[in-house]
Design a protein. Structure first.
Length: 368
């Protein structure tokens, strides 16, 4: 049997040794190449002039020939005003892309001698760069759509016993719909029980599939309040081409899909895929990665940054067949070309976003 791509040496084309082996100048040249695609010319972040600007070698900066402004390779990027070296940023990016289902900030801070808070901010900036630069053109071909519920799990009740078993089962499956039960019958407090409704969110994923056997090629994921008809209709209007074929499960939220697109369903109470090949397994595959992040990395999901996280996982799914070097360069390029961080600059000074992002709205808002 042929060797799996992820086990091959082709995949491991870039290693942590290579980062440590680079001189400071090599790292700086790498960042210049990823930002401007050139070692000799730079675009001034102030006036946009593309030129071979005056070099200030001792400061690793340039002075613009047009507007005289001084700038560095990280000016007006996600990494602006960085306190740690470019090498540390490269190391963080390396561990971010080589982790299978995400990396915890507390783990990253041990690997790279960064503070816990600083490492978490850097992860937030990586996610922000991925989110702002995602490709939101309409999906075509065959598109799998599904929703998964995340967050809002009640804490485990203090008292053990048979009547709590359902609550625990609901916590594990994330499925709390359909079984309406008075909160006092669950052996927990009212406020704890109501977390299910208040803090739970649905991640809707839309994935365009590639050739048979190759999995999905492009994914869009959005956080919504519920997996409902209006949400599904809006998402299809925005992100799916009218000529695409849509495959979903038999949830009633998808009842109106056939009004705009070819629509096939699979009954998940019977099977994962029909004999004709109707399935939405690419959406399930995405949820499996996000769910594993919850179980193994984050140990819990909060609604505030759920949209950022779901977007990170969509990116991980989409680049899963690229080499480490390609992923590393793509992540840093996005960080260097999507402008200032609007959500993480000033985090140390108390500027927190605080609000969640629903239906991809408010992407352009900065923290206040
Ligand atoms: Zn300038």
């Amino acid at each position: 049997m042929a060797q799996h791509f992820l086990s091959s040496s082709t995949y491991r084309d870039f290693t942590i040794d290579m980062i440590y082996g680079m001189s400071d100048k090599d790292i700086h040249d790498l960042f210049c190449r990823l930002r401007w695609g050139s070692q000799t010319h730079q675009a001034c972040p102030g006036c946009g002039a593309w030129d071979n600007h005056y070099v200030l070698p001792n400061r690793q900066q340039w002075r613009c020939k047009a507007c005289r402004r001084q700038f560095s390779v990280t000016s007006a990027t996600m990494f602006a005003s960085h306190k740690k070296s470019l090498r540390t940023i490269a190391i963080l990016a390396f561990y971010f892309v080589t982790s299978v289902k995400g990396v915890a900030g507390v783990h990253l801070c041990r690997l790279s001698n960064y503070s816990n808070k600083g490492a978490n901010i850097m992860i937030g900036k990586f996610r922000e760069a991925l989110m702002r630069s995602q490709d939101l053109r309409p999906l075509a071909g065959t598109v799998h759509i599904d929703g998964g519920y995340f967050g809002g799990k009640p804490r485990k009740p203090n008292r053990r016993g048979r009547r709590n078993n359902q609550l625990i089962a609901d916590r594990i499956s994330g499925n709390a719909t359909g079984r309406r039960k008075p909160w006092h019958a669950t052996g927990t407090t009212r406020s704890n029980w109501e977390r299910r409704v208040k803090d739970r969110r649905v991640v809707m994923t839309l994935r365009e599939t590639g050739d048979i056997g190759k999995g999905a090629v492009r994914s869009i994921s959005v956080v919504a309040l519920a997996e409902s008809g209006p949400v599904v209709t809006e998402l299809i209007r925005r992100y799916v081409s009218p000529c695409a074929t849509i495959m979903t499960d038999e949830n009633t939220a998808y009842a109106m899909v056939s009004a705009t697109n070819d629509h096939f369903t699979v009954n998940h109470q019977v099977e994962w895929s029909t004999p004709e090949g109707v399935n939405e397994n690419q959406a399930e595959s995405y949820f499996s990665r996000l769910r594993r992040w919850e179980y193994g990395i984050g140990h819990g999901i909060r609604k505030t940054y759920l949209a950022d996280l779901s977007c990170e996982m969509a990116w991980r799914e989409d680049v899963r067949r690229r080499t480490i070097g390609q992923k590393f360069e793509e992540l840093l390029t996005k960080g260097l070309t999507t402008g200032y961080s609007r959500w993480w600059r000033g985090y140390y000074q108390g500027k927190h976003r605080g609000t969640e992002i629903l239906m991809n709205e408010g992407l352009d808002q900065a923290t206040s």
